[in-house]
Structures are given as structure tokens and as C-alpha cells.
Design a protein around this ligand. Structure first.
Ligand code: SAM
Length: 276
């Protein structure tokens, strides 16, 4: 796909391929690619392990972000997973979790177990600390994996929700596709991914400082197609400061089934049911 992009120093690229060739070298040139990932992690290692730190000094957007995510998540859980049984045990994976902001403020409230995966050790330590006093016996942080996404393979069929927010820009296109392909097999039936990311107006914007790229909506959709994922629902995040990138939430599924829908059974129950 030919997309025009710019980097944070104003340099223009005619295509994403041209940018990737320059940043990570030709296929098989692992040295440059390793450096790309090392630089990304080094950037975050120099950032304070706090909500304000992981949000680039915009800690005050946390509330608006969580409220937007909560509305989206509740709808998805209701439509796809919550079938009225009280003994359901739902598990989430928080990708590029930083200090556990999303787990603490959102995921742990709706799911029974949450695993966190994050490459920066100091962030994961802070997450462990932040989450120690959060939740309960039935709603808790379970596993903490200190690994970058491009090297992470989640456990088979463990997750109902895989939440990927403000971190996938660190992955190259090929590693993006490869990660989702591995993670697809880790979703339980009815499970889904949520990708919540900044959007470039067109093409992409390369940040030379933290080694991340901000992709446009068509760029994301093209990558989701390459992953063989079905775009189930999208929603724009509202209420963020005007100077920031627009933010969109994408709910992605492996296929269109199973879906939960509300039906009246013969016993006139209103419970949502899973269609297999
Ligand atoms: C903007 S912060 C967002 C943190 C968290 N998702 C949140 O919204 O609070 C970006 C996060 O991506 C992590 N990150 C950087 N490179 C990564 C990689 N290769 N794989 C996974 N996470 C990465 C950083 O360490 C950092 O925690």
C-alpha cells in the first residue's frame, strides 16, 4: 500500500515501505530492526513510571480515556460474552500495559483476571505495586510478563479480551501482523481484541524520538485485513485536547461468530444467548 508519511523532523516519505527500509533496513537485516526496538524501549526507560509519564505529560486525559473505553467495552462484553450466567470467568490481556493504568481503572473491574505484558521493567514493577491493593479475590491482576509484543506469544485460548492501547505503533508492520496472528489463537470463543490508538490524518507519522509510528485509519484497516481480522465495531474517542491526535477504538474478532444476541426463549427469558 502506498502511503505518504512524514517523520517528526519534517522529512517526507513517498511510501510506508520507503520509511521501513530506512528505519529497519532490508528484510533479513536484523541489526537495524533490533536497534529500532532497543531505541523504543530506551525512550520509555527514561520516563517516570507514573500515569502522567506513560501519557506523555497528559495524565489529565486519563479520565476521559477510561470513560470512553468503558462505554465501548461494556457494549462489547454484553453483545459477545456475557450470557447471563453468573459463574463466567473472564480473562483479559493488557498489552504494552505501562504502569497498569488501564487494568486498574477499567479491565480489573469487568474481568476476573488480567495479565499484563510490558517490556519496560520499571513500568511493570510500578504496575505490580499499583495493582497490589486493587481488585478482590475474584477480580485480580494475575500474570506480569516483561516482554515486548513482537516476542510475546500468549497462552492458547486463555483470553476473552486482548486490549492493545497506545503501544502497537512500536511494532513494524510485519511484527504487527505476526503478533495478531499468534494472539488470534489465544482468544476464547466470542473473545475480541480492542485496539485503541492515535490516528494520523493520512499515511503515517514517524516519531524519531520514541521509535513509533502513528498510522492512519486506512493504514490500520489494511493491516487488520492482513491479519485476517474482522472489524466488528469502531468508535471515536471524544473529549481529548484538540492538539492531540484523534483517537479511535477498533473491536476486532477472529470471525463473525459466535455472537451474543438477545432473544426471547420459550420461557420468556430475556437473557442474552450465545449463538454457536
Ligand atoms: C504511551 S505508553 C501507553 C501505556 C498504556 N498502554 C497506557 O495506555 O497507559 C506506551 C507503552 O508501550 C510500551 N512499549 C514500547 N515498546 C513496546 C513493544 N515493543 N511492545 C509492547 N509495548 C511496548 C512502553 O513501554 C509503554 O509502556
Amino acid at each position: 500500500m502506498e502511503v505518504c508519511g512524514v517523520d517528526s523532523e519534517g522529512k517526507e516519505f513517498n511510501s510506508a515501505q520507503e520509511m521501513w527500509r530506512e528505519e529497519i533496513g532490508e528484510e533479513g537485516d536484523e541489526t537495524k530492526k533490533t536497534q529500532w526496538y532497543r531505541d523504543g524501549v530506551s525512550y520509555w526507560e527514561g520516563v517516570e513510571a507514573s500515569v502522567d509519564g506513560v501519557l506523555g505529560g497528559y495524565g489529565h486525559v486519563n479520565d476521559a480515556d477510561i470513560i470512553g473505553s468503558e462505554v465501548f467495552l461494556k457494549t462489547l462484553l454484553q453483545e459477545r460474552l456475557v450470557n447471563g450466567e453468573t459463574n463466567q470467568h473472564l480473562v483479559a490481556l493488557d498489552c504494552g500495559s505501562g504502569v497498569g493504568r488501564i487494568t486498574k481503572n477499567l479491565l480489573i473491574r469487568y474481568l476476573n483476571e488480567v495479565d499484563l505484558v510490558e517490556p519496560v521493567a520499571q513500568f511493570l514493577d510500578a504496575a505490580r505495586e499499583n495493582l497490589a491493593s486493587t481488585g478482590s479475590e475474584t477480580h485480580k491482576a494475575a500474570n506480569f510478563f516483561c516482554v515486548p509484543l513482537q516476542e510475546f506469544t500468549p497462552a492458547d485460548q486463555r483470553y476473552d479480551v486482548i486490549w492493545v492501547q497506545w503501544c502497537i505503533g512500536h511494532l513494524t508492520d510485519d511484527d504487527f501482523v505476526s503478533f495478531f496472528n499468534r494472539a488470534k489463537g489465544c482468544l476464547k470463543p466470542g473473545g475480541f481484541f480492542v485496539v485503541k490508538e492515535n490516528l494520523a490524518k493520512q499515511g503515517f507519522v514517524l516519531d524519531k524520538e520514541d521509535r513509533s509510528i502513528t498510522r492512519s485509519d486506512p493504514y490500520f484497516k489494511q493491516l487488520f485485513r492482513r491479519c485476517g481480522l474482522h472489524l466488528y465495531q469502531t468508535k471515536d474517542q471524544k473529549g481529548l485536547p484538540k492538539e492531540l491526535f484523534a483517537v479511535k477504538m477498533y473491536a476486532l474478532t477472529v470471525d463473525t461468530l459466535p455472537k451474543v444476541h438477545r432473544t426471547r426463549s420459550k420461557t420468556r427469558s430475556n437473557r442474552p444467548q450465545i449463538i454457536k
